[in-house]
Design a protein. Sequence first.
Length: 106
Amino acid sequence: MDATQILTLGLGLEAPWILKDQHLDTSVSPHRLDLYVEAERGSLYPCPECGKACPAHDFADKTWRHLNFFQHHCYLHARVPRTKCPEHGVKRIEVPWARPGSDFTL
Ligand SMILES: [Zn+2]
């Protein structure tokens, strides 16, 4: 397993989300780890209400902070879509790393 696979597991990432890039800044103390998560272009996302796969309506850049990830200060950056469900309209989706019980905070 390489570092990307370990991080992907640690974050609980699942399709269509992938860890695209990572940057560890060792010039600060504690070290700062920036993670960049992306979904593949053209992906469908489950509507938060009914789970139906819907196209993205728009995206918002968001950053989460993880308090203690491998002893580093960790920031996770992602463009989070809102789905456009024919039944429920435009909704912000839930991302796997921000589920209840996860240590990520916006
Ligand atoms: Zn729906």
